[in-house]
Structures are given as C-alpha cells and as structure tokens.
Design a protein. Structure first.
Length: 231
C-alpha cells in the first residue's frame, strides 16, 4: 500500500512525518521479504517430497540432502525477515496511533525524543495499549463510502489486540517450557520484546498476528490523513 501524500505545511511536524514514512517503508520491505521467503520455503518443501519419492529405492540421497541443506537456510531467513517485519510493523502502529490520537484530540506535536523512543520496537504490552486506543471512534465517519465502517474497524483492531494477547501467553509458555528465569508472569511477558522471545526451535510467536498487524500499520497513515483533511 502506498504512503499517503501529506502537505508539508500541515499539522504534522517534519520529524513526525519523516518517522512515519521511514517506518512505513521499513516494514513493507521486510513484509515483502518475509512473503518471498515463505514462498521459497514452500517450494523447497515440495522439492523435498519429490526428492524423497525419487530416492526411496536407492542408496544415494544427494537430492534430498541438497534440498534439506538449502531449506535450513531458507527457514532461518524466513524467521529473520518475519521478526524484522514485526519490529517495524509494531513500531509503526504505536507511533502512528500516538500521532493519530494527538491530532484527533488537538494535542501538541510530539517532541523529537518521544518520536525516537516510539520508533523502537515496543514491548508486547505497549503494543497492546496502542491497539486498545479507540481508533474507530477518532476517525471521521464516512457512511456513504463504506457502510458500518466504524464497526468493522473496531472489530479488526480488537482481533489484532486479541492476537497480541495470545502472543503474550505464548511467550510465557515458552519460558515455562525452557524453565527460564524470566518471564514468569503475564505482566512480565507483556514487558518483553517479541523479537527476543521467539526461539528458532519453537513455533513462531508472531504466527497469525503479523499479517493483520501489518495491515493496520498500513492503514494508520491513511487515518491520519482523514483527520487532517477534515481539519
């Protein structure tokens, strides 16, 4: 999705605009790389099935070995790209929602230090807080454009928020399975960064939530533009 065009003289400060634009490009690039890596892994998985079928009756297993060797690297790259996409998607949502809310409520611009902080990967709990902001109620209504748009927006944001809740619980479960000293409570898990608690030997903590989170990250700048246009 394209990043909307903003008037440089509008209510966004230059720092806010540049940060939003940079995060948008970052997570979209990472998202595309993750999707490409997932496609590559699927192709290698199919190739492995073919190799196994062809080499069942022979002592030479070089085809399977080659496919598996490449697949190991593809798996690691897919996880790396996904975690990078998560890092920047989550930051884009937190910064975007903060800017959107301050515009909707006519609050002063964010200072540079705050913007720099919001550009970093948020904890799961901080992301949950951003997803709990009633974005649907802050956006100007457009009943003639999309019927029930406000209800649909609220539902989608709630679904992603539930996904983050699930991720917090998974972080806690992984720590318990590994007998890790931290985190031991849901509050501690909420204070974690997902990228630091998604071990390569476990199912991805971000599974089922990364894609819808990225879609919200794409939508937030459009919501900001709607508020500015209403003006």
């Amino acid at each position: 999705m394209w990043f909307p065009r903003f008037e440089e003289r509008g209510p966004l400060t230059t720092t806010e605009l540049e940060a939003l634009r940079s995060l948008n490009a970052a997570f979209q690039t990472a998202q595309h790389e993750w999707q490409s890596a997932a496609t590559l892994w699927d192709r290698l998985d199919n190739a492995s099935d073919v190799a196994e079928l062809h080499e069942t009756q022979t002592a030479f297993q070089f085809h399977q070995e080659a496919v598996l060797e490449i697949a190991r690297g593809a798996t690691a790259y897919e996880r790396h790209a996904a975690l990078t996409a998560w890092q920047y998607s989550a930051a884009a949502v937190v910064l975007g929602v903060t800017v959107l809310q301050r515009l909707a409520e006519a609050k002063p611009p964010l200072d540079d230090a705050t913007i720099q902080e919001l550009c970093q990967e948020p904890t799961l709990g901080r992301l949950h807080q951003a997803l709990a902001v009633p974005v649907a109620d802050l956006l100007p209504e457009r009943p003639s454009v999309i019927p029930n748009e406000r209800e649909d927006t609220a539902r989608r944001w709630a679904q992603v928020r539930d996904g983050v809740d699930h991720a917090i619980k998974l972080v806690l479960e992984i720590a318990a399975d590994q007998d890790a000293a931290h985190p031991r409570t849901l509050d501690e898990a909420a204070g974690c960064l997902l990228t630091e608690h998604c071990p390569p030997h476990t199912d991805p903590v971000y599974q089922d939530v990364l894609e819808p989170l990225s879609r919200l990250a794409e939508e937030v700048p459009l919501g900001i533009l709607r508020i500015i246009d209403k003006g």
